[in-house]
Design a protein around this ligand. Structure first.
Ligand SMILES: NC(=O)c1ccc[n+]([C@@H]2O[C@H](COP(=O)([O-])OP(=O)(O)OC[C@H]3O[C@@H](n4cnc5c(N)ncnc54)[C@H](O)[C@@H]3O)[C@@H](O)[C@H]2O)c1
Length: 254
């Protein structure tokens, strides 16, 4: 039996990058996946890819997850799709980079909205459904930037927001334990995705600095992050909650 057989898994940001790979891997493990994105065409493509691979997925898009009302409706539709919810995989994020003091108030607010509001809103509206189900798992994708500072590109909003995600995960674990809800964070290092390609386009110095900080001297493949998420979502990880897992090629080790 696959690891996630019969589990209903909500994944945010399935239009590309790690979210698309997560939809494919969770479905491969037997989950019924509900995925959303602000990019409807890209999300439809993911649904098509999952179904072609023999998996089960419902796509709901476009959804702007920084808008609490849209998140509330999305979660209600997701719950209706398969009659409940077992796992929430908070993957979607959007952020801005820039150095002090030029990082504007607008940049700060956009980053906090894109990285911290989104997992809070989704977890908030999913929570009562997990409680009703007798428990479940919330997996928050944070970043190594939540644990260590980053020189290039400069990232004051990104570091603060991801430290927030790691802190929020601990609190969700504490409050969720009595309801059978586990909460865990994964903190990736550099991963080869459309987002990292876009953010580092033409910035070879930043690319070299980022790779140089890893012990393994390379970017991760999205699969190397998502395989851990699939394990953490499964009942095989039943004793794991409140923890943050760096998957960063050793970048935070020194
Ligand atoms: N790529 C990296 O190097 C890296 C490193 C550490 C952490 N992370 C984290 O991993 C997660 C996935 O990253 P990725 O590189 O796959 O990103 P990505 O940009 O390739 O994918 C994110 C997806 O989320 C969607 N999205 C963004 N804002 C949205 C919104 N408001 N509403 C709905 N959908 C929205 C995007 O359209 C996109 O499809 C993020 O939480 C990111 O912070 C990435």
């Amino acid at each position: 039996m696959a690891t996630l057989e019969q589990k209903v898994v909500l994944i945010t940001g399935t239009g590309g990058g790690m979210g698309r790979v997560a939809a494919l891997i969770f479905a491969r493990e037997g989950a019924k996946v509900i995925g959303c994105d602000i990019q409807a065409d890209a999300n439809d493509e993911t649904v098509e890819l999952v179904r072609r691979a023999g998996g089960e997925m419902t796509g709901i898009a476009p959804v702007d997850l920084t808008d609490p009302e849209q998140v509330r409706r999305f979660v209600e539709d997701a719950v209706a799709a398969y009659g409940g919810l077992d796992v929430v995989y908070n993957n979607a994020a959007a952020m801005r980079f820039g150095s002090m003091p030029d990082f504007s108030v607008g940049d700060w607010r956009a980053t906090v909205a894109g990285e911290l509001d989104i997992p809070f809103f989704v977890s908030k509206f999913a929570w009562p459904h997990l409680v009703r189900r007798g428990g479940g798992v919330i997996i928050n994708v944070a970043s190594m930037a939540g644990m260590i500072a980053g020189e290039n590109p400069p990232m004051v909003g990104h570091t603060a927001a991801n430290a927030g995600v790691i802190g929020m995960t601990r609190q969700l674990a504490l409050e969720g334990a009595a309801h059978g809800i586990r909460a865990v964070a994964i903190s990736p290092g550099p991963v080869g995705t459309p987002a990292s390609e876009r953010d580092l386009a033409g910035n070879q110095a930043a690319r070299d600095a980022i790779i140089g900080k890893t012990l393994l001297k390379r970017f991760a493949r999205p699969e190397e992050i998502v395989e851990l998420a699939a394990f953490l979502a499964s009942d095989r990880a039943a004793y794991i909650t409140g923890a943050n897992y760096p998957v960063d090629g050793g970048a935070s080790a020194w």
